[in-house]
Design a protein around this ligand. Structure first.
Ligand code: SF4
Length: 432
């Protein structure tokens, strides 16, 4: 987490000191996508990644990054045995190429079944022997403990895979857990890396694709070691709160709060947990740098956090702490807001308009000279503003007004006349 001033610290890393070389990453890397207790939202998020995109990774067009051979239950062209065979080879240690395991969805507690044929989620069938047979589905849990030890990295995408998420909420009978919980604290990939967590429900697709390329560049020895925080999240993505970068943070500071989702103002009173949630969706956007919860008018419900959903429920109810912070903000924010509006009012006038004591625009609400209150406030504001410095506006206060100011009026032009008539008048003026 960044320090109290929002600055990045030197996060301690448990990654190996040096990048792992000679693990065959020059050409390509296989990615085995496994779906546990999932809604497939993470797959959709990855498909929407833009920087880099899923296609760029598969085409191998990101400089320095090996081409990604994606094995995915939805996106792969192969089906049936052709689709499953590479998974089998990886699980058996016969793939002959480096691979990454990606888990989407949480890991159900299949061990709680009284017999080995019970399962909550599965992929393929026929067991894991050299000659698969039968139609008994293969548990996802078994794929994971066979694939993860031989992977150069295991990445949990989305909050279900990173922390358990919705399937692990109170009352769920599946006993679901995160990939980290399932593999245990001693798990390390062949490159010495613990489970990497890219949370979010659904996650930002670019957070995932960027994590993949950062990791691969480092593993190839051409990039810096990625910095992960104490929960295995890419630190540079998750060390700030949503609130710090929220487009509505200015409203919070001025104590102006929304009544309904979709309102422009800060959403804290209708259940936004942004001030205590680590996520980068507002500055990165949900997809292709657009959207994102608060940018789209939705309150943050803490979906990137390990405590989600139980510690953020009931949704759309003001967090307990917001009564204090929001109340304080209303008091001091209300005063600050009024002072800022006064400064803004002054800043919305050209110095020339102040000298002339009028505004030429037909738009302006204030057309005439400044009120005595405005002048009084401006006087003291400028005293502070130019304290210890030169106030050029004061020095040149007697500057004459430009002669060509308000030229049409000077020419006696009737503004309702046609453009042709105005041009004719201008020509005849030139001829004089
Ligand atoms: Fe903070 Fe949420 Fe308000 Fe944004 S909407 S300023 S994240 S409390």
């Amino acid at each position: 987490m960044a320090d109290k001033n929002g600055k990045h610290g030197n996060a301690s890393s448990i990654l190996p000191d040096r990048a792992t070389r000679g693990i065959g990453l020059e050409e390509l890397v296989h990615v085995f996508w496994v779906s546990g207790m999932s809604c497939d939202g993470c797959s959709i998020a990855f498909a929407g990644a833009s920087n880099p995109s899923m296609e760029q990774l598969q085409w191998g067009t990101v400089p320095g990054v090996p081409k990604m051979v994606l094995h995915h239950p939805m996106f792969s062209e192969d089906a049936g045995d052709d689709f499953i065979e590479p998974y089998r080879q990886a699980a058996a240690g016969t793939l002959g190429a480096p691979y990454i395991v990606v888990l989407e969805g949480s890991v159900p507690d299949d061990e709680s079944f009284p017999t080995a044929d019970g399962f909550f989620s599965s992929m393929g069938a026929g067991g894991f022997g050299p000659t698969p047979g039968g139609d008994q589905p293969n548990r996802v849990t078994e794929w994971l403990y066979r694939l993860a030890p031989g992977a150069i990295a295991s990445i949990a995408i989305g909050t279900c895979a990173t922390w358990g998420g919705i399937p692990a909420a109170a009352g769920n009978i599946t006993g679901s857990m995160s990939l980290m919980d399932y593999l245990g604290k001693d798990y390390r990939s062949t490159a010495g890396v613990p489970v990497i967590n890219v949370p979010g429900c659904a996650p930002v697709g670019d957070n995932f694709s960027e994590t993949v390329i950062t990791l691969l560049l480092w593993l190839r020895g051409v990039g810096y070691p990625p910095v992960f925080d104490e929960l295995g999240r890419p630190a540079w993505m998750f060390d700030q709160t949503v609130h710090r970068h929220c487009p509505k943070a200015g409203y919070y500071e001025e104590g102006v709060f929304a009544d309904e989702p979709g309102d422009n103002q800060c959403l804290v009173e209708i259940g936004c947990w942004g001030p205590v949630v680590q996520c980068n969706i507002v500055e990165r956007g949900a997809q292709n740098h657009m959207g994102g919860c608060m940018a789209a008018g939705g309150a943050c419900i803490g979906c990137t956090m390990p405590g989600f959903p139980d510690k953020y429920a009931p949704f759309y109810k003001a967090p307990p702490g917001s009564a204090i912070s929001g109340g304080i903000s209303k008091v001091y924010g209300g005063a600050i807001r009024r002072l800022r509006r006064m400064s803004m009012k002054t800043g919305n006038r050209e110095p020339l308009w102040d000298n002339a004591e009028e505004i030429p625009s037909p738009w302006a609400a204030a057309k005439g000279p400044r009120t005595n209150t405005d002048k009084f406030a401006a006087y003291f504001y400028k005293k502070l503003q130019y304290n210890g410095s030169t106030h050029h506006g004061k020095r040149y206060k007697k500057q004459p007004l430009p002669k060509s100011r308000d030229i049409l009026t000077q020419m006696g032009v009737d503004h309702s006349q046609s453009v042709d008539v105005l041009r004719e008048k201008a020509r005849s003026r030139e001829e004089i």
